[in-house]
Every structure is written in C-alpha cells, then in structure tokens.
Write a protein that binds this ligand. Structure first.
Ligand code: NAD
Length: 217
C-alpha cells in the first residue's frame, strides 16, 4: 500500500517506516530533517508540517500515519494544528484505508507539560471527528497513545539514573516501550484492523492506570 508517515527521520516514525518497508509497502516520509533511510520503496520530503502551503502534492495515499511531534516547542501548532492540516490535505479521498494519529498517554491523563498534554488531548478528540467523517469512504481512524518510549525525545531522563528509577516506580510493567513495538501496534491498527475506529488506544505499560489506593489498615 502507499503509506504517508510524518516524522520519519528518527524515533517512532523511523521505526514505523522501517517496519512497513520490510513488509513491502511504498513509503513517503515527511520530516523537517533529512532521512537516513535508503530503500527503493522510500521517498523523503524535507518539510516543516506547519507550513501548510509547502506540503508536497502526493496522490493516492492509502494509509496516513501522523507521527511528527515535539514537546515544549509550539506543541499545539505542531502536534495538533499541523496534524489537522496534513490529515485534511491527504486523507479524505477515495481509496483511503486508514488514518492513525500518534497521541500520547498524557492526552488521557493530563500529565506532562501543559501545552503538550493539551495538544495531545486535541489529537484524541480530532481522531473521533475524522473517524466519523472518513467512515463513508470505508476507512478507519484511531489514535495510538504511547506512554514512555525509548527515543531521542526522552534521552534527558533515560540517561539520569535517579529520574529513571523514579519513573520506573510509577510504571507497573517496569520498562518503557521500544520504538519497534510501537511500530507493531501502528501496523496492526492501520493494516490488519478493519473494524475498530474512533478509538484512542493506550499502550503505556500501565502508567495511566497507576494510582495509589489509600485506605485504613
Ligand atoms: N517518545 C515517547 O515517549 C512518546 C510518548 C508518547 C507519544 N509520543 C509521540 O510520538 C511521536 C514521535 O515521537 P518520538 O519520540 O519518536 O520523537 P522524536 O523527536 O524522536 O521524532 C520526532 C520526529 O518528528 C519530526 N518533526 C517534529 N516536528 C516536525 C515538524 N514541525 N515538521 C516536520 N517534522 C517534524 C522530527 O524532526 C523527528 O524526526 C510524537 O508525536 C510524540 O509526541 C512519544
């Protein structure tokens, strides 16, 4: 299938692109950075997704994965408004099969940085809006909402032993996801899945259900 993925130069987006390439799909990546992916089935556009008018003209997208994101840098403009521009430009066409938005556990819980969690909360509700509008085309739209993932975005806490131990205290499964396992979820939700739509799927090792039950002994 012809798959458009944003944010393919590193982290989760790169892992998703590599998994789809391994499975023989044609991938178009958009990122503001150059890409290191060298594969005949891969085409890369260097573009800041905030610049709506500079988004490349691409025909025939069957799967759209909105992954590009940031934290503490115009989060609402990048994580939410640009994601909406990309979706409105490429997804609503005959032949679309699925749209997947990478949200975040923080969009469910309200934790993390204020503008980041607000941007992701918006992604979660926009996902439902798209699911309703794209259903007449026979397509699905869901969000995949990770907790902690081992990517460059998080190196400052991954490499700090004390902070890392504190994070593990709050994480029932006592680890973070790898980008490769998030990619497996992305593949399942966009290629295998045909009937789940409008859902915000948490993949967070139990981080968001973790709370302390306080009661009398
Ligand atoms: N890493 C995590 O723990 C985690 C957890 C939950 C959700 N997420 C979400 O997953 C997605 C990917 O995160 P990641 O950890 O792989 O981050 P990352 O920083 O490793 O990769 C993000 C990619 O998006 C690109 N990008 C950012 N802003 C862009 C813009 N304006 N235009 C074009 N490209 C842009 C970057 O250049 C980069 O290649 C993000 O939406 C993030 O919010 C990550």
């Amino acid at each position: 299938m012809k798959v458009l993925i944003t944010g393919t130069s590193q982290g989760i987006g790169k892992a998703i692109a590599e998994l789809f390439l391994k499975n023989g799909h044609e991938i178009i990546g958009i990122d503001r950075l150059e890409s290191g992916i060298a594969d005949p089935l891969y085409t890369h556009y260097v573009c800041d997704i905030r610049e709506k008018e500079k988004l490349p003209e691409i025909e025939g997208i069957e799967i759209l994965i909105n992954n590009a994101g940031t934290q503490n840098e115009e989060d609402i403009d990048i994580n939410l408004k640009a994601l909406i521009s990309v979706t409105e430009k490429y997804a609503f066409r005959k032949g679309i099969v699925s749209v997947l938005n990478i949200g975040s556990a923080s969009g469910h819980t309200g934790s993390e940085f204020p503008e980041y969690c607000a941007s992701k909360g918006g992604v979660l509700s926009y996902t439902k809006n798209v699911a309703i509008r794209i259903a007449p085309l026979g397509a699905t739209c869901n969000s995949l909402d990770p907790g902690g993932v081992l990517t460059p975005l998080n190196e400052c806490v991954i490499n700090d032993k004390a902070l890392w131990n504190a994070i593990m205290d709050e994480t029932p499964l006592k680890r973070w996801a790898t980008p490769e396992e998030i990619a497996e979820w992305a593949y399942f939700l966009t290629v295998t899945n045909k009937f789940c739509t409008g859902q915000n799927i948490l993949v967070d090792g139990g981080e968001s259900i973790n709370y302390r039950f306080i009661w009398k002994d």
